[in-house]
Design a binder for this molecule. Structure first.
Ligand SMILES: *Cc1c(COP(=O)(O)O)cnc(C)c1O
Length: 835
């Protein structure tokens, strides 16, 4: 790898270059025959699509080679089950990972186009809500890069996370028809189709061996058909895949109606079954208990398990060794119905006894918990599961009965604790606790940051921890440096590579070598220049997206993430209001100029989160138009935050806001993205911020506020926000401004719910943390004025970001949970077959 044109590129061998002579022909072929255009009719999207098909050819070459290797070597395979994959764009990532970036750039250039502009035509695959789905995407990149046979399984939603537009300051949701123009890189596999049953009833019969066996007779059948997104590793020939299922109506089901002459009903039903993969549920960290959502979960799991077992059976006769050959990771409880599905397959279809089936099942599944917030813990009404999946309900009852029996026998828990670990929640309406099912059925259970993993065994899984202490472990999240540094920040990547060489791309701990150069004034100067150019690019983007001109010399202060009360965007905007007031009261005040940027979507039904977005926009329109402010403060809300936008915002950021109430954010991953791009962090001791502090030390991160234990203690002792408001005169005035419609002069009273929630309940302790936050922000402002010292800290943060590579995370999963070896020799780069 070398640095060229301010970008880190992989050098191609002479042999590979020779193969690439046909690249232009290949591209021209796709333009003419795949897209069907000629030079008179083509537009920029056609260039993008033809390029997509050209890259796809390379991906498929290596995908096939990789599959062949897996067939020959029959290694243990990892299946990452997730209802969400927030992949963002694919093509640039593929070019970088395949080492094709420079040669494709030249090729596209020779046709008279600019590669980076062409790649802007790609729509994000936004098949996820936020951090949980993005984690899945980063893990796929790391598994392929580490040559682990690891595959994603999920749903190919027709509509991803909604597009957010802001109208009169409020969020409006627009459908995200991301595949409307086709998805050039995906591989459609109609030959890989399985049927998925729903509803119906169960029967018993006696097998030939005289054994009682259950059989589920579904009342409805839907087909699941595979679409594969190739997942190329970086600088290796491994290409794995993400297999996404799409729902198709099954003919068996509709034939009945056709035969009875009801053509319209048959067609109607066809579209009803296809609804299953129609749209991603847009709730981040809350569950609604809707039938269609449960259908999605079972649809994904059922098709995936059939596929996995069919693949296994290509090489093996009996399922005895299944747990030596596969492991399944459950990304949260969403796919945890899979535990009962595997039990059903083994007992009802493969004729296994309960004990053997349970033994095998509990070796295969592991479960990753993502939250301690009670509203995010998934439960389903027993009546719903009984209707949709009657056989699974029987199996879950039996799992629970046998489990509780064992627990009672062990004498480790008292009756209250036994009630707590039960998979069934008793009450007026019985419910299934999916987290309990997942813990009971899993081989390992992990949290996603040290603090979070500690917290779950002290809170939600306290009693489980007494029974299964060895199940629980931590796997601190990570991010892939390919997308979040090499792709998103090419000029910083080039600067780093020039200084310490390119090996950090696959060994992020190598960034530590940067520490040797912090004292080098010329290097710091180059570093600051890179940041400045990134800030200027961000300023252009902001001008384009919002029409607002910002000062690229100001401190770029960013909070981008889903809108949720626990993440406390409200704390940030309250402090902006405080700053604004201070300027108004003392117009000559010297403050460090700041641009405070917000971005993020709120769940469509989350009233408070949407109101906070509105407040931010209203504050912005007053602050940004006030002549007294004189450009010392700007507030920006960037609409439609998504992966491709994150890639542009993060490199231009000076200050990263990670200010959730301690004990609420499981890990966070945007905190890591910012750190890796040379932003400093202001944050609470929450999630992975704790570990970031451990890496960089107190002087290099701005930590404030109550710690987790203090949050618990404060709440325990009867927290009353008014006690804190009384102590802080300025906060009293800010609340009065909100109450007296300073930010809602044409919409009287709209912000009263925000006012009242702060005044009377303040669940997330904003009033208790405000002063500490404000004081730390003052220190940040002061430090930013010393550009040299700021740059030193920024370099140090990047140098110590190595731990937060998802390569490290995946190595830990491989060793501790999946028990798969890491290849010591990398499969050779196969030469390109084209031409
Ligand atoms: C990384 C990422 C997230 C997660 O952000 P957090 O601040 O960790 O919640 C959400 N959305 C997008 C688009 C991301 O890239």
């Amino acid at each position: 790898m070398i640095v060229e044109n301010n970008r880190l590129i992989t050098l191609l061998s002479e042999e590979q270059k020779a193969d690439l002579i046909s690249l232009e022909k290949q591209f021209a072929h796709h333009l003419e025959y795949t897209i069907g255009k000629n030079k008179y009719t083509l537009g920029n999207t056609d260039i993008y699509k033809a390029l997509g098909h050209t890259v796809r050819d390379f991906l498929i070459d290596r995908l096939n080679v990789t599959n062949e290797r897996y067939l020959n070597e029959d290694p243990k395979k990892i299946y990452y089950f997730s209802l969400e994959f927030l992949m963002g764009r694919t093509l640039m990532n593929a070019l970088i990972n395949l080492g094709l970036y420079d040669i494709i750039k030249q090729m596209i250039g020779s046709f008279g186009f600019d590669l980076e502009s062409i790649l802007e035509f790609e729509m994000d695959a936004g098949l996820g809500n936020g951090g949980l789905g993005r984690l899945a995407a980063c893990f796929l990149d790391s598994m392929a890069t580490l040559n682990i046979p690891g595959f994603g399984y999920g749903i190919r939603y027709d509509y991803g996370i909604f597009n957010q537009i802001i109208v009169n300051g409020s969020q409006l949701e627009m459908p995200d028809h991301w595949d409307a123009d086709g998805v050039p890189y995906e591989v459609v596999r109609p030959d890989i189709t399985f049927s998925v049953g729903f509803y119906g009833h169960t029967e018993t019969h006696i097998t030939g061996k005289g054994k009682l066996q259950y059989r589920w007779i579904p009342g409805e059948t839907v087909l699941a058909s595979a679409h594969d997104c190739p997942v190329p590793g970086f600088n290796t020939s491994t290409v794995n895949y993400l297999r996404l299922w799409t729902a198709k109506s099954s003919e068996e089901f509709n034939l009945d109606y056709f035969n009875h002459g009801d053509y319209m009903k048959a067609v109607q039903d066809k579209s009803i079954s296809e609804n299953i993969s129609k749209v991603l549920y847009p709730n981040d960290t809350t569950e609604q208990g809707k039938m269609l959502r449960l259908k999605q979960q079972y649809f994904m799991v059922c098709a995936s398990l059939q596929d996995i077992i069919a693949q296994y059976k290509q090489a093996n006769v009996s399922l005895d060794r299944l747990s030596d050959k596969i492991a399944i990771q459950l990304n949260d409880t969403h796919p945890s119905i899979g535990i009962s599905e595997l039990m059903r397959i083994l007992m009802d279809q493969e004729d296994w006894d309960w004990d053997d089936a349970w033994d095998l099942t509990t070796k295969i599944f592991s479960y990753t918990n993502h939250t301690v917030l009670p509203e995010a813990l998934e439960t389903w009404k027993v009546s719903l599961i009984e209707t949709l999946l009657p056989r699974h309900m029987q199996i879950i009852y039996e799992i629970n009965q046998r489990f509780l029996e064992d627990v009672r026998k062990s004498g480790k828990l008292n009756e209250t604790e036994i009630e707590e670990v039960s998979i069934i929640e008793e009450g007026n309406e019985k419910r299934i606790r999916m987290a309990n099912l997942a813990v009971v059925g899993a081989n390992k259970v992990n949290g996603v940051a040290a603090l979070h993993s500690d917290l779950i065994i002290k809170t939600i899984f306290k009693s489980f921890y007494k029974i299964f202490p060895d199940k629980f472990n931590n796997k601190t999240n990570g991010i892939t440096p390919r997308r979040w540094l090499i792709q998103s920040n090419p000029s910083l990547t080039a600067l780093i590579a020039k200084k310490i060489g390119p090996s950090f791309a696959t060994d992020l701990e190598k960034l530590r070598d940067l520490e040797n150069h912090i004292g080098d004034a010329e290097f710091r100067n180059d570093w600051a220049k890179v940041k400045q150019v990134n800030k200027e690019n961000l300023a252009k983007l902001i001008k384009g997206d919002t029409g607002i001109v910002i000062d690229p010399d100001s401190m770029i202060d960013v909070q981008v993430k889903r809108f949720h009360e626990y993440k406390r965007q409200l704390l940030n905007i309250l402090r902006v209001i405080a700053l604004y007031r201070r300027i108004k009261e003392n117009p000559n005040i010297t403050i460090t100029p700041r641009t405070v940027i917000f971005g993020g979507k709120a769940a469509p039904g989350y009233y408070m989160a949407k109101l906070i977005i509105k407040l931010i926009n209203n504050v912005a329109s007053i602050v940004n138009h006030d002549k007294d402010v004189a450009d010392r403060l700007k507030v920006i809300f960037l609409p439609n935050y998504r992966v491709s936008l994150a890639e542009k915002i993060i490199p231009g950021t000076n200050l990263s806001e990670q200010i959730s109430t301690a004990g609420t954010e499981a890990s966070g991953t945007s905190n890591m993205k910012f750190m890796l791009n040379g932003a400093l962090t202001i944050g609470t001791l929450d999630g992975a911020n704790v570990e970031m502090l451990e890496e960089v030390g107190r002087e290099n991160i701005y930590i404030f506020g109550l710690k987790t234990e203090e949050v618990f203690a404060t709440k325990q002792s009867g927290y009353d926000p008014r006690d804190w408001i009384e102590k802080n005169e300025e906060m009293g005035r800010i609340l009065r401004m909100i109450r007296e419609n300073f930010f809602s002069q044409n919409e009287l009273g709209i912000f009263m719910p925000i006012h009242d929630s702060l005044f009377y309940t303040d669940t997330y302790l904003l009033m208790a943390d405000f002063k500490a936050y404000d004081e730390m922000q003052k220190k940040v402002a002061e430090d930013f004025r010393n550009a040299e010292e700021w740059t030193k800290k920024a370099i140090l943060n990047v140098a110590r970001a190595g731990k937060f590579s998802s390569d490290r995370t995946i190595r830990e999963y491989a060793k501790d949970i999946w028990k798969v070896p890491l290849l010591s020799t990398v499969p050779p780069q196969t030469s390109y077959q084209l031409g």
